[in-house]
Design a protein around this ligand. Structure first.
Ligand SMILES: NC(=O)c1ccc[n+]([C@@H]2O[C@H](COP(=O)([O-])OP(=O)(O)OC[C@H]3O[C@@H](n4cnc5c(N)ncnc54)[C@H](O)[C@@H]3O)[C@@H](O)[C@H]2O)c1
Length: 366
């Protein structure tokens, strides 16, 4: 398996391996043994993904001597609910789950967050192994140990920090992912390059055509690198107090766009892409970033099929939603602003007129 990469995440509460690349799921039985998982395996799978990838996986696990139980969950954000969690608790308890068992989550961030939350809470916590099958889940949701379900009052309001035992990201599964979901995932990879890694950014620029067709070697390299960057940041800051905030590059405006359009119109990665454009434009106006660097970012987003403007979103509504965001401290917005490709700074005093001008560049007049 020449294109498979592996690295360790050193979180304060646990160190665990991440294995990424085409065909990585074939390694799962050996990896589970290696990481000390010996009990029963409770596989929670996104219904859309289960048909494609679960039968072969279950067969290989059973051949390796594991007892495997399977439960499917409907795809979509609505599944990140207490009701779905309760259904999984019923399934686990009826089957007599034990502390030495492991819960495996095969699917995107929805199944990962839901499965992780159930793993964190059943019997006060059992081993959790995300098997992410969307690009977003591979580079973002599966790393860092944040697990949650939604509440009618808001997203991710009920959750925990529960580090995985192991993460296995098979990049071959991305072949069946709809193009829009794939592009939204690339936004997170471009973000990782912009905030921390000029080399990753240059790799994305150089290999864009190969990455768009998921050529195995550059895909494993780019995704592995983005995962490792997120892992490095969250290892330093597991409970999200300081440095982890840089991962929110593009999120100040991005969250505003998502909230103002009721999370229905744009995918998270699309909103973050536009948010990155707005943040870079602020940085240029404040003299922190060279205009050419902002242009390189925006050109790369476009090449990966991402929007850099959303004229359908109303600037006033986005502005209002930004101020209500839970990450605003005492009403003041936190901005992650790039100072070069691969470098950002945290800024809490961007003048309102500068923000308004940036919003006017990426949003509609309302
Ligand atoms: N825990 C974290 O740190 C963290 C970070 C970022 C996002 N999230 C969460 O992740 C969720 C979004 O994740 P997502 O974008 O993966 O969405 P998702 O899980 O809803 O998956 C997107 C769609 O793709 C389908 N799908 C998944 N894998 C597929 C494949 N290989 N082939 C074909 N179709 C496939 C799913 O059925 C779904 O319809 C949100 O709930 C968000 O809050 C969590």
């Amino acid at each position: 398996m020449p294109d498979i990469r592996r690295f360790d995440v050193r979180a304060p509460s646990r160190t665990y391996p991440v294995v990424v690349g085409p065909g990585a799921l074939d390694e799962l039985p050996a990896l589970l043994r290696e990481t000390g998982v010996r009990g029963r395996l409770w596989l929670v799978a996104d219904a859309a993904v289960e048909r494609r990838y679960a039968p072969r996986l279950i067969e290989a696990l059973r051949e390796a001597g594991y007892l495997v139980e399977l439960q499917t969950v409907p795809g979509g954000e609505e599944s990140k609910s207490l009701a779905q969690a309760a259904a999984l608790y019923d399934w686990l308890l009826a089957g007599r789950v034990e502390r030495g068992d492991a819960l495996l989550a095969l699917g995107g961030g929805v199944v990962g967050d839901l499965g992780g939350f159930v793993a964190a809470t059943i019997l006060r916590g059992i081993a959790f192994v995300p098997l992410p099958t969307t690009l977003l889940a591979q580079v973002d949701a599966s790393i860092g140990g944040k697990v949650a379900v939604n509440h009618p009052r808001g997203k991710n309001l009920i959750g925990a920090f529960h580090q995985p035992r192991l993460v296995v990201a098979d990049t071959a599964t991305l072949a069946s992912l709809p193009p829009r979901e794939r592009a939204a995932g690339w936004a997170e990879v471009i973000k990782a390059g912009m905030i921390l890694d000029a080399e990753l950014f240059a790799l994305l620029e150089r290999e864009v055509e190969a990455l768009l067709r998921l050529a195995p070697a550059p895909t494993a390299a780019a995704i592995g690198r983005a995962m490792a960057l997120k892992a490095a940041v969250v290892s330093e800051d597991e409970q999200e107090s300081g440095r982890r905030a840089i991962l929110n590059y593009g999120h100040t405006v991005g969250h505003g766009i998502e909230a103002a359009t009721r999370y229905a119109r744009y995918l998270h990665g699309e909103a973050v892409a536009v948010g990155m454009v707005a943040a870079a434009s602020i940085a240029v106006e404040l003299g922190l970033l060279a205009p050419e660097a902002a242009e390189r970012q925006n050109a790369l987003l476009t090449r990966f099929g991402l929007p850099i403007q959303v004229p359908e979103a109303d600037a006033g509504a986005v502005r209002a939603a930004m101020t209500l965001d839970k990450k605003a401290v005492a009403g003041r917005l936190t901005w992650i602003l790039p100072t070069a490709i691969g470098r950002v700074t945290i800024c809490r005093d961007v003048p309102e007129v500068v923000v308004d001008r940036a919003l006017a560049r990426v949003l509609g007049p309302g």
